[in-house]
Write a protein that binds this ligand. Structure first.
Ligand SMILES: [Zn+2]
Length: 290
């Protein structure tokens, strides 16, 4: 069932568990994520960057793939289809294309006021259609689709100001980084998380750059008000590792091992297995009330 992400994240915030937001790249990816969610009876967020949407031709193709998979695979758990790190224009394209949730990332706008103003407009347009909205305060370190930022700690007062615009969940830097973490990474700032939570109350918070944060730090973040955990690199690494093992074993050169379905299957299966593992780690397994 395609739903917006508001209620599932509110329930996660209240229940102190996290919901994984897994990035999709193609049909196999979306299918694998949905399979993992259904098998663990977990609500799930499938998200897509503008780059991954371009790869799949358009946001409409992405939306149609996910919606049709939900129907034809008889998926019973709540599924939200979310735009990850959208520009202002991307948000409107996704609202039109049939996404149930969007992220407007105004953290790279020239001023915080511009971020506020555009977030407010996205909220108005999205809510008119029952679509949930994620906003971002400050930058998240690392690189996401070419957008770079230094590791930042969000300003709790800015978080409160943007929360008051009626956003449904909020991304805020607490020392997290996109991509793989450097060896000298300082860890998450739980003081910053507590200060933000004190300002925004029960608004669900989003942890970007979920790949490579130690399990116990993710668990502590969830316990303290993080409800959506973004996972992208982790599944890419799992897919690449399984695909490499298939090729290196020489299986693609035996019989019809070159068949693309055989080539992609180990990677697809690896995504299912890893997604299930993460769902259980975040504690959303069995929470797929429909
Ligand atoms: Zn992100």
């Amino acid at each position: 069932m395609l739903v917006n992400a508001t209620n599932m994240l509110k329930a996660a915030e209240a229940g102190h568990y996290g919901i994984g937001a897994f990035n999709t790249n193609n049909l196999e990816w979306a299918d694998a994520i949905l399979t993992a969610a259904e098998e663990t009876q977990s609500p799930v967020i499938i998200q897509c960057t503008s780059g991954a949407a371009k790869w799949q031709i358009s946001y409409k193709v992405v939306a149609d793939i996910v919606k049709q998979l939900i129907e034809d695979k008889n998926i019973t758990v709540p599924v939200a289809l979310h735009l990850d790190h959208g520009t202002y224009e991307d948000c409107f394209k996704c609202i039109e294309a049939g996404f149930s949730s969007v992220m407007y990332d105004g953290s790279h706008e020239e001023t915080f006021d511009i971020n506020m103003k555009k977030t407010e407009e996205v909220v108005k347009a999205a809510h008119a259609k029952g679509i949930s909205v994620e906003a971002e305060v400050g930058g998240i370190g690392g690189v996401e689709d070419g957008v770079a930022g230094m590791g930042e700690l969000a300003d709790p007062k800015q978080c409160k100001a943007i929360a008051d615009l009626g956003v449904d969940f909020l991304a805020c830097g607490i020392g997290n980084i996109h991509g793989l973490y450097p060896d000298n990474w300082q860890g998450l700032s739980f003081d910053t998380l507590a200060a933000i939570k004190a300002e925004v109350g029960d608004l669900p918070l989003v942890l970007h750059g979920g790949t490579g944060i130690p399990v116990e730090q993710v668990a502590k973040a969830i316990e303290n008000g993080v409800s959506k955990i973004n996972v992208n690199t982790d599944l890419q690494v799992a897919f690449a590792k399984a695909t490499r093992a298939y090729i290196e074993s020489g299986a693609d050169q035996e019989g019809k091992g070159y068949d693309p379905r055989k080539l992609l299957k180990p990677g697809r299966d690896a995504i299912v297995a890893r997604t299930k593992e993460l769902i259980c780690q975040f504690g959303s397994d069995g929470k797929g009330w429909a």
